[in-house]
Design a protein. Structure first.
Length: 160
């Protein structure tokens, strides 16, 4: 969605609501992203405030189960038509008075995503030796002995 911002920069106390959906080509997003919010100029400050709701389809990083997770993130930015300091990340520079809202929302979404997804916070993952899902119970497989400690296990077996 493109928003023409010229009237916001030229007029005080103006507000425009929006409520729309857009699809993302990324396989993580199983459904369209829903965005609801507004752009307003209040006493000469143009701001964007919105909420983005979306569903992520991914695999658990520990047990590889498929998961779908509903998420919601706030989107809030101050918009400017020119910058005095190019290194300032506090403002979004809107060139040509046209704001690409989809791109800005997707950038905020990607920055808010966790580094890895888990099916549950205390996921135990898979046994590294037999591959059994440890969330379903212990696997019972015999763990190999570290070769550096093999001599110690021989000492223990001689005492018996």
């Amino acid at each position: 969605m493109q928003i023409e911002l010229r009237r916001f920069f030229e007029n005080d106390d103006i507000k425009q609501d929006f409520d729309y959906e857009f699809t993302c080509d990324d396989k993580l997003f199983s459904e369209p992203v829903h965005v609801k919010g507004f752009v307003k100029n209040s006493t000469g400050i143009v701001s964007l405030t919105a909420e983005a709701d979306f569903t992520i389809s991914a695999q658990c990083a520990k047990c590889a189960k498929n998961i779908c997770k509903n998420m919601s993130i706030p989107v809030s930015h101050l918009l400017v038509s020119k910058l005095n300091d190019e290194d300032n990340d506090d403002f979004i520079l809107v060139e040509n008075m046209l704001l690409d809202l989809d791109g800005l929302v997707m950038e905020d979404i990607y920055l808010s995503l966790p580094l890895r997804f888990l099916c549950k916070e205390d996921c135990k993952g898979l046994c590294p030796y037999c591959g059994k899902d440890l969330n379903d119970g212990e696997c019972g497989c015999k763990k190999p002995v570290d070769p550096r400690l093999a001599a110690l296990s021989q000492l223990l077996s001689e005492d018996e």
